[in-house]
Ligand binder design. Sequence first.
Ligand code: NBP
Length: 477
Amino acid sequence: MSQARIGLVGLGVMGANLSLNIAENGFPIAVYNRTTSITDDFIASAGDLASNVVGTKSYEELVASLTTPRAIIILVKAGGPVDAVIESLTPLLDEGDMIIDAGNANFHDTRRREAALSEKGLKFFGMGVSGGEEGARHGPSIMVGGDASSYEVIRDIVEAISAKHGDTPCAAHFGPDGAGHFVKTVHNGIEYADMQMIAEVYGLLRDGAGHAPAEIGALFEQWNKGTLESYLVEITAKVLQESDPKTGQPMVDVIVDKAGQKGTGRWTAIEAITLGQSPSTIEAAVAARSWSSEKETRLAGEALFAETPAEAAPIPPVEDLEAALLAAKIIAYDQGFKLLAAASEAYEWNTDLAVAAEVWREGCIIRSALLDDMASAIREGLPHGQLLFAPRFADLVKTGVRALRRVVSYAAITGLPIPAFANALAYFDTLRQGRGTTDLVQAQRDFFGAHGFERTDGGAGHHGPWGGTTAHSAAQL
Ligand code: NBP
């Protein structure tokens, strides 16, 4: 084979599958893995595609196998391993060559790496890839950040290997340096919220109505035929109807309720707070996973507060649960897009939110029937930057929020935790309250810290007459 168009370091789950996808799409690829026996095994199991793959045993051999300008994808564990690979590759590369980190990097790391490599004349891309193993093999959603003109060199490969919505590739360039990895981070943040809300519905039906997992799964299967159609609802239906081959029990019943997290949800929440945003549904989902890991504490709490009365109440009908899930989901997306817009402005990325919605329509974990309409709504212009204010989503939420209120009320009365739903509702109610309660917070701040406040009749920097306030009796309230 003549020289390869692209190289890839890291033949783990994602790297091996993405390499086969690239080879299958007709692009000769050179691969390298630190443990070289894995490269041999990979080539041996590649079948017909092996003719499009060059196995290499050193970084030197990898670099020598590539056409110029060279483009090398890194798919190794995020963090230190990415820096280690960059350090090994950098001395071997020439000006204009490209390194593409396709792992789940923190976008701040991507910005740092891009700046450092740019000083050496190299191009660094942060490329978020979503869709797991299956997506990597047959078409993921791909979110790229980095130098726009250099992206043109690899664009044909990226678009060819991505999922397609109709004929449109679910791959796009979202701006310089960390833009692509940040779009992927927000994708994962929304994924956290969506998964948590689905799990909350499962919890209400399990603990509030005593339904078996398979019954709940059948309900999700039905919902997946309507507006809630999405990959996550689809797989939830399958998961809940699965049995454990060992015990015959519902599979979900033999899984310990301690959720893992690798960091992207937390990164979303941290960056949001840094930017003065608060995607409360995503924060709630991150918190719920963290709380879940404290299993022993929860068991102790269950015993301690067993007698604490929670009232009995009839669970809202399943139509309410469906409508509440839809409303809360739209609120989660609203918060995600708002965060993307804030980051794009802060980091001067000029990220196209409509393209983000389009790229998420296929291949990725949050793919959903709603995203097409979201992309259209964003293109038409979001009033006040809120997806929730776009006419078609405002209508959906106006209807769904009544059900959301009934569901949140039911959970509060009966003592079932649904933090993502509750946060979605609190956010919605905050948005629809023209006069909030932070007038009092401002007064308190001024009282103890002389921070000043803005008056309703004009002017900033005012202070209250706090020393001379007449005390009122609480009874007057
Ligand atoms: P795996 O755990 O399957 O593979 C890790 C790879 O990193 C192996 O090839 C390993 O080489 C290599 N590696 C490590 Br670890 N340290 C290295 C070093 N210092 N130098 C060179 N190579 C090193 O990972 P994965 O699940 O394929 O994930 C890869 C990236 O993709 C991660 O950032 C992950 O978050 C992201 N991602 C994963 C998924 C998913 O569904 N799994 C989805 C989307 C994104 P070795 O064989 O020699 O140990």
